[in-house]
Design a protein around this ligand. Sequence first.
Ligand SMILES: *Cc1c(COP(=O)(O)O)cnc(C)c1O
Length: 356
Amino acid sequence: MSRPIVATIDTAALRQNLAIARQAAPHSRVWSVVKANAYGHGIDRVWQSLSDTDGFALLNLEEAILLRERGWKKPILLLEGFFHPDELQILDRYRLTTSVHSNWQIQALANASLSAPLDIYVKMNSGMNRLGFKPEQVHNAWHKLRELKNVADMTLMAHFAEAESAEGIEEPMKRIERAAEGLNCPRSLANSAATLWHRETHFDWVRPGIVLYGASPSGSWQDIADCGLRPAMTLNSEIIAVQNLQGGDAVGYGARYRAAGEQRIGVVACGYADGYPRHAPTGTPVVVDGVRTTTVGAISMDMITVDLTPCPQAGIGSKVELWGNTVKIDDVASAAGTVGYELMCALAPRVPVEVR
Ligand SMILES: *Cc1c(COP(=O)(O)O)cnc(C)c1O
């Protein structure tokens, strides 16, 4: 390996994070959400560390098939269901649980010829207005599905738009209660935030995603700092050059940063083509040789520049942590005006990944 950038996946952290999600909802079963290639970590790299889960939730058939081919026998839930009626044959063959959010899917299930009935999740729209039946349509959809010979177990599913706050779940919970009245059905409602912070949402199955990877559903690491969650991904690189600036000297594209006086700058082998956020401003936290410092100037495709003032001992070859245990991905994300979710998912294919 030549270029010194590497992402490390910590399998012990994944195991611990799943255990913490479980403890938070001790009476529920857990769907570990591994969509988007396990939030950028690589589904094939992480699924075994999460195999204490009760099921995996995702949305690409390719990812579901991969898990079956690797020998995963327990449930797999397709969070967005099937996208075309033809896919029902694949759901049948690989025994996948599907969400059903639209009437055309009910029709497709009615028309399909399957080897055995499928478990389904009836998706209700609790106010987010993306997928699902409106509360007043749930009974009708439920009863239609209940009558189909292709349908086995049924669960009511909803998703919160704002599970970070108590107010954010209050109104959706009322709508869910109303929709579920008289159905006496199992329920799956909680994402990471609701799993951690709202017991009343737990019911039969919780669906944590981001916390498994050790980042915060609220975007702020402070909110989960005391839970025992550990970042699963560390992005490391090295200083590959040092520049000694005089007062007034500029750094990088657009000369967005100018040194006020003499200043040592380190050039790090990591840029936006590796998945580092291009919008990270001067001042974004970074660790050089174990010392916290900040970026200066524009993020380039292949390099970033950092202030070496707090770490005068650092030089070419010094280790740099872009995010991980010391600088949290949430902190880098919030400096760049985004969320940890996006940074994980955007880890570029050109970055080598080590699993520890
Ligand atoms: C992504 C997703 C989750 C997990 O959300 P986190 O915020 O990562 O915990 C749960 N349920 C559904 C339907 C999702 O799409």
